[in-house]
Write a protein that binds this ligand. Structure first.
Ligand code: ADP
Length: 486
C-alpha cells in the first residue's frame, strides 16, 4: 500500500542516539490493517550487543548518581508523559487497538508509576543491626544489579514498560529494553519522554527487534545481570532456563486462566457487569482477564441472561470512536488463535450464547471478535483450560461453593481470581483457599494498582512480585557490611 510521508520512521535508541537501519517493518492498525501507523528499522544482534555495551558503560556513572537526582529524572519524565498523554494514548490505540480512553488512561498510569518510583528512590535502602561483637557497626544495603534486560509485551505497551523501567533506573540499574514488535511507536514515545527529561547516555537503550533475532543476545550475554520479562509461558520458561544456567536473576510474568466465581447470593447485576468488564474490555487481552466463569446452579439462568445482554449491546468498533467499548484484537495471528479456540469449543460441545464470530460489515476488514459467552462448557474442555487472550467468557456450573473453589484452582495458572457473594465468610474462605497472586471480592479479575505487589502463583510467574515495594527486591541485591571500629 502507498505509505503517506507522515508515517513516522522509528529506530532503536542506543548509546544516546536514534539508529536507522537497512531492514524495515511496518507497524499497522489492527482496526484497519491496511493503515501503516509507523515504520521501524529492525535491530539485529549486533545492535543489541551495542545496547548492552552502552548500558554497561553507563552503569558506574548511574550507580554513583545520588538517588534524589535519579528520582528527579523520573519525576520530569512523568510530567512529560502526562503532558503528552493524549497524543501517546492515541498512537497506542492506533497500533494496539484498545480504546482511546483505555490508551490515554494507560499512559497516565505510566506517568503515575514514574512519579511513584521517583519517591521510592529516596526510601531506606538497608537496615542496621546490633552486632554480637563490641564496636562493630553492622548494616545491610541494597545495591543495583547492573545491566538489566526488560522485555515487554504488546497488551499494555506503556504501563508494563513503566513498571519495569521506572524501578530499574530509580534504584541505579541501566536498561536494555526490547518491546514487542507490534508496538514500536508507543515505545518510541516513552523513550522520547525519558530523553527529553534528561536521560544520561546509555541509561536506557531501546532495541526494536524480533525476539528470534535479538532475544538470545539480550538474555544470555555475560554483562546482563537480570531479566524482567512479561509475555507467553513458552518464551518465558525457555528464557528462564537459559538465563538460570548463567546465574542471572530472572523475573517472569506469564499467562493466566483467571476464574470468576458467582455464588447464588451474589448481586447479579454487579456480577454480570464485572465479569463482562474482566472478560471483554481490551478485547480480553489482559493477563488478568476473566476467562472462566464458575456459577452456582441456582443463578445460572439469570446470570447468563445478563451476561449475554451485555455481550450483545457493548459496541464493538473503531477504538478511536468515542462510543466504542471493545476494539479489535491486536493482530491477524491473534485473530486466528481466538477464532481457532471458538471452533474448538464448539467441537467439544460448548454452546455459543453470544458472539462467537469475527466482526462483519464495517468490521470485516479489522481484527474484530464479537464478545463471546459460551455455555455448556466442561472443566476438561480446551476453552476452559488454555489461555485464549480474546473476548471470551467460558461458563461452567458448580454444584456447591467447595466445588467452585476446586474448579477455580484446577489450572496450571494462578494469576488473578474473583468471587461474587454477599457472604463475608465465604469471601474470606475464598481469599484464603484460592491459589492466585491477585484476589478480588465483588470486583473483576483485571485492574491492579501500581503501589501494591503484583504477580502470580504456579505457572503464572517466576514467583517474584513486581510493582509497589516488591520492585526493589528484584532490581537490587543486598550486601551485609561489618565495620570493626578499633
Ligand atoms: P505474546 O503472546 O504476548 O506476544 P511473547 O512471549 O511472544 O508473548 O512476547 C513477549 C515479549 O517477548 C515480546 O517483546 C517478544 O518480542 C519477546 N520475545 C519473543 N521471543 C523471544 C525470545 N526468543 N527471546 C527474548 N524475547 C522474546
Amino acid at each position: 500500500m502507498a505509505v503517506s510521508t507522515s508515517v513516522p520512521e522509528l529506530g532503536s535508541f542506543v548509546a544516546g542516539e536514534w539508529r536507522s537501519g537497512t531492514r524495515h517493518a511496518d507497524d499497522t492498525n489492527p482496526a484497519r490493517p491496511s493503515e501503516v501507523v509507523a515504520q521501524y528499522a529492525l535491530a539485529d544482534a549486533d545492535l543489541a550487543l551495542q545496547a548492552i555495551a552502552s548500558a554497561s558503560t553507563a552503569f558506574p556513572m548511574w550507580r554513583g548518581t545520588p538517588a534524589p537526582a535519579r528520582g528527579e529524572l523520573l519525576r520530569k519524565a512523568a510530567a512529560l508523559i502526562d503532558e503528552r498523554a493524549e497524543a501517546i494514548g492515541r498512537d497506542l490505540t492506533r497500533e494496539e487497538g484498545k480504546t482511546l480512553g483505555e490508551g490515554i488512561r494507560e499512559t497516565q498510569l505510566a506517568a503515575n508509576i514514574f512519579r511513584y518510583y521517583a519517591v521510592q528512590a529516596l526510601d531506606p535502602d538497608g537496615d542496621t543491626y546490633p552486632s554480637a561483637k563490641a564496636n562493630v557497626f553492622l548494616y545491610t544495603r541494597r545495591e543495583p544489579l547492573g545491566v538489566v534486560t526488560v522485555i515487554t509485551p504488546w497488551n499494555f505497551p506503556i504501563c508494563i514498560a513503566a513498571w519495569k523501567i521506572a524501578p530499574a533506573i530509580a534504584f541505579g540499574n541501566t536498561v536494555v529494553w526490547k518491546p514487542a514488535e507490534l508496538v514500536p511507536l508507543t515505545a518510541a514515545h516513552l523513550l522520547r519522554a525519558l530523553v527529553d527529561a534528561g536521560l544520561p547516555q546509555g541509561v536506557v537503550n531501546l532495541v526494536l527487534g524480533k525476539g528470534s533475532e535479538v532475544g538470545e543476545v539480550i538474555t544470555t550475554h555475560p554483562d546482563v545481570a537480570g531479566i524482567s520479562f512479561t509475555g507467553s509461558n513458552a518464551v518465558g520458561r525457555a528464557l528462564q532456563a537459559k538465563a538460570a544456567a548463567k546465574a542471572k536473576r530472572v523475573q517472569l510474568e506469564l499467562g493466566g486462566k483467571n476464574p470468576a466465581i458467582v455464588l447464588a447470593d451474589a448481586d447479579l447485576d454487579l456480577a454480570a457487569d464485572q465479569v463482562a468488564r474482566g472478560a471483554f474490555l481490551a478485547a480480553g487481552q489482559k493477563c488478568t482477564a476473566t476467562s472462566r466463569v464458575i456459577v452456582e446452579q441456582a443463578v445460572i439462568a439469570p446470570l447468563m441472561e445478563r451476561l449475554s445482554a451485555i455481550a450483545n449491546t457493548w459496541k464493538v468498533g473503531d477504538p478511536l470512536a468515542a462510543d466504542t467499548i471493545i476494539g479489535p484484537v491486536v493482530s491477524e495471528a491473534q485473530l486466528t488463535t481466538v477464532l481457532g479456540f471458538l471452533d474448538r469449543a464448539r467441537s467439544e460441545g460448548a454452546r455459543v450464547v453470544a458472539g462467537g464470530a469475527r466482526g462483519t460489515g464495517d468490521l470485516a476488514d479489522g481484527y474484530f471478535v464479537k464478545p463471546t459467552v459460551l455455555s455448556g462448557v466442561k472443566a476438561t474442555d480446551t476453552v476452559f483450560r488454555e489461555e485464549i487472550f480474546g473476548p471470551v467468557a467460558a461458563v461452567v456450573v458448580a454444584d456447591s461453593f467447595d466445588q467452585a473453589i476446586a474448579m477455580a484452582n484446577d489450572t496450571r495458572y494462578g494469576l488473578s481470581a474473583s468471587i461474587f457473594t454477599r457472604d463475608l465468610g465465604r469471601a474470606m474462605r475464598f481469599a484464603d483457599q484460592i491459589r492466585a497472586g491477585v484476589v478480588k471480592v465483588n470486583a473483576e479479575t483485571a485492574g491492579i494498582e501500581y503501589h501494591v505487589p503484583f504477580g502470580g502463583m504456579k505457572e503464572s510467574s517466576s514467583g517474584s512480585r513486581e510493582q509497589g515495594k516488591a520492585a526493589r527486591e528484584f532490581f537490587t541485591e543486598s550486601k551485609t557490611v561489618y565495620i570493626n571500629i578499633p
